[in-house]
Design a protein around this ligand. Sequence first.
Ligand SMILES: Nc1nc2c(c(=O)[nH]1)N[C@H]1C(S)=C(S)[C@@H](COP(=O)(O)O)O[C@H]1N2
Ligand SMILES: [Mo]
Length: 222
Amino acid sequence: MSDDAPPPPGKLVATKRRWADEGRFLTGRTARPDAERLPPGQHLVKNWPVLDLGVHPRISPQTWTLRAYGAVQEPLTWDWAAFQAQPQHREVSDIHCVTTWSRYDNEWEGVATRTLLDVVHPKPEARHVVLHSYDGYTTNLPLADFAAENAILAQSWQGAPLTPEHGGPVRLIVPHLYLWKSAKWLQRIEFRADDAPGYWEVNGYHERGDPWSEQRYSADGS
Ligand SMILES: Nc1nc2c(c(=O)[nH]1)N[C@H]1C(S)=C(S)[C@@H](COP(=O)(O)O)O[C@H]1N2
Ligand SMILES: [Mo]
């Protein structure tokens, strides 16, 4: 699977690009997470939809590795055994997809992003993180959001290993941002001083993606 070579844009990508152009789903309301559990413009689902670029890479834990590099003092590569040897964490959180569905009470197990940060020691100039995935997908977010207390490199959901459709062996979960920031099939974590927009961010989606202030699309629509 080649790095950073996403599949050619299909119908879903064209549709989502158009939504960004039209400002689709924007309600103009802003809510606060502590006051409203369901962000504006979202509706609840009980199932868990699958959304991605259409390629579901099958990576066995035996060949999976995760690399963290860039503006860090101690770059690392974890294979499956090294990942399992890290302190394992459990988090229950809600997920919010920019296509307007939200799902409450997802139970994740894996390694807290803070655990990884303690190992790599980001350099003082590190401000941004870019996630690179085995399907060629990329997404960027501020280091401060990646470092959130409940952000987790998840290997299990509701007590069972994360399925390939949902990004197994390991995906990121950053519950307080729209789910497109939560890279599935995570392969590399790049720490940077400057920002570098990822796949959806260059296609009209917001650099940060806070669901409570409906940061769905980038301001200039580019
Ligand atoms: N590697 C990778 N991660 C990805 C995507 C993708 O296409 N590839 N899609 C993103 C988007 S747009 C969404 S909404 C969520 C969907 O996660 P789910 O399929 O587990 O619901 O994954 C995000 N992470
Ligand atoms: Mo999405």
